[in-house]
Design a protein around this ligand. Structure first.
Ligand code: HMG
Length: 460
């Protein structure tokens, strides 16, 4: 569909100059555990459930020398090398993480310490850093914040947003097969090559106990089914807020029979596990299509939505709604929209798992590596963080996007080492004294001293 950008320059901000994501870099640990085979056998879970029902085939597992800080430093170094950035070009490093390595010291200061081992002591002195913690939405809130700074920046310097997390649940828990680890670094600046933010942010926040990690715990506590429900309600609320703001700004103004989703080419949702983006998109499309032509077509295919007035018993009404939701997600119209606009974003997550706050940007990396995005297309991001918050925002793919070189992520993922169940469990419990694969050309944790201060090195 031809897009009407209203009063905005295509993909621009109200301040005039376009601001957004110029490039990104992904770091994933070199170890992985397949979910079929030894793991599913030992846990007594049908591999079909993990691979189809959850959607994860392989989980990235950090080695003994890796943590959220080393992964962040590795993704940033790769980004700087890709984009030929010098330390003095970078004014701000905002790090989104819920796997902090210290309760007070910002993870970005450890990252800067590591980068200075490559670029020289003091080279990042004129760069500020702050840690954003807000479960899986931390990086997105950092990006929103940094985009306002970038729009006002007059000296040609750039900002970096890094997502870095180790997703960790107790062994043998139902969260265990939705773990993973990795980091994504985003270069944020004026005149970005990849995607210009439209600076329209739809928000939703409420206090929830769906997922949290009390002080001192190394694994998250999760109320699994409740967390899915919170995610869906929050994304729905943020999408409505986004749609209202997009209409008021003139960016998305559907005419009669059109709906907001018609104006969006790719949806990038937070990906705790690939099936979740299917649930999220089904909820968004179903809601958005009500009252539009598409909604009428779906009604012809699967019938009308159940109405509460037709049910005396609340349980029966809820069961009818759940059944309708299942039928909607299998409907031809939804499946076509899902395959065209959503499914590809989960490609990398299937072989990495949840990387918490970076997962949504791993979705962007999937689209880029699969060469699925084209200049002028509108991306709609749906970030979710437990606790809980959602932020829905949009960006326009820029003309230079197709010229940005591939990151070779797929090849790097193929070169990872498969580990055994026993090795995974020992790493998970922190019982591995030595690394399974000696670090090479990367940052590594060397030691933790008697005060708890962490010492990192760059291993050539
Ligand atoms: P579960 O109980 O393991 O799975 O919980 P299930 O029983 O709900 O089954 C999942 C799907 O597998 C179902 O599909 C089953 O039918 C299917 P559906 O019916 O929905 O279409 N299935 C099979 N398919 C094929 N062959 C089979 C088979 N058996 C069943 N044999 C849950 C899953 C995700 C809840 C659990 O793993 C968990 O608690 N994970 C951690 C929490 C989580 O990821 N929540 C997501 C929303 S919250 C969020 O995204 C935030 C987060 O990233 C943290 C943050 O913000 O920081 C987590």
């Amino acid at each position: 569909m031809t897009k009407d950008f209203g009063n905005l320059p295509a993909g621009g901000s109200h301040s005039g100059e376009a601001v957004g994501i110029d490039d990104l870099s992904v770091y994933v640990p070199g170890l992985f555990l397949p979910l079929s085979g030894e793991f599913s056998l030992d846990r007594g879970i049908d591999p079909g459930k993990l691979i189809k029902g959850i959607g994860i085939e392989r989980m990235a597992v950090p080695d003994a020398h890796e943590d959220a800080a080393t992964m962040a430093a590795n993704s940033l170094l790769d980004l700087m090398q890709r984009c030929d950035l010098a330390p003095e070009d970078i004014a701000k490093i905002y790090v989104g993480t819920e796997s902090a390595v210290d309760e007070a010291k910002a993870i970005g200061t450890y990252v800067i310490g590591m980068l200075e081992k490559v670029y020289g002591t003091g080279s990042f002195q004129d760069c500020s850093t702050v840690e954003f913690k807000s479960a899986c939405i931390g990086t997105t809130l950092a990006l929103e914040s940094l985009s306002y700074w970038a729009a006002a920046e007059e000296e040609g310097r750039v900002g970096i947003v890094i997502a870095s997390d180790v997703a960790k649940y107790p062994l043998r828990s139902s969260g265990e097969y939705t773990q993973g680890a990795g980091s994504v670094a985003l270069l944020v600046k004026k005149h970005p090559r990849l995607a210009a933010l439209e600076q329209i942010y739809g928000c939703f926040t409420r206090d929830e106990n769906d997922f949290f990690r009390p002080m001192g715990c190394t694994t998250a506590t999760v109320n699994g089914k409740h967390s899915n429900q919170c995610y869906l309600e929050a994304i729905q609320g943020a999408f409505d807020s986004f749609a209202g703001k997009a209409a008021r700004s003139g960016a998305i103004t559907p005419k009669s029979e059109e709906c907001v989703t018609d104006f969006i080419d790719h949806f990038l949702f937070h990906i705790p596990y690939p099936r979740m983006v299917e649930y999220a998109s089904a909820a968004i499309f179903r809601h958005d299509w009500l009252g539009c032509r598409k909604g009428q077509d779906v009604e012809l295919e699967i019938g009308k939505e159940p109405q509460s007035l037709d049910y005396e018993d609340l349980e029966l009404y809820q069961a009818a709604k759940a059944d309708y939701a299942r039928r909607f997600s299998k409907s031809r119209h939804f499946q076509e929209a899902y395959l065209a606009k959503v499914a590809d974003t989960a490609a990398l997550s299937r072989v990495v798992g949840n990387i918490y706050t970076g997962s949504i940007y791993l979705g962007l990396a999937s689209l880029l590596e699969l060469q699925k995005i084209r200049a002028g297309e509108r991306l709609c991001f749906g970030a979710y963080g437990s606790g809980c918050s959602a932020l829905v925002f949009s960006a326009i793919v820029q003309p230079e996007a197709e010229t940005v070189p591939s990151r070779g992520i797929v090849k790097r993922l193929e070169e990872r080492r498969q580990i055994s169940l026993q090795e995974y469990e020992r790493l998970h419990e922190g019982l591995m004294e030595k690394s399974l694969v000696e670090p090479s050309a990367e940052f590594a944790l060397a030691s933790i001293d008697h005060q708890g201060y962490r010492h990192y090195e760059y291993v050539c």
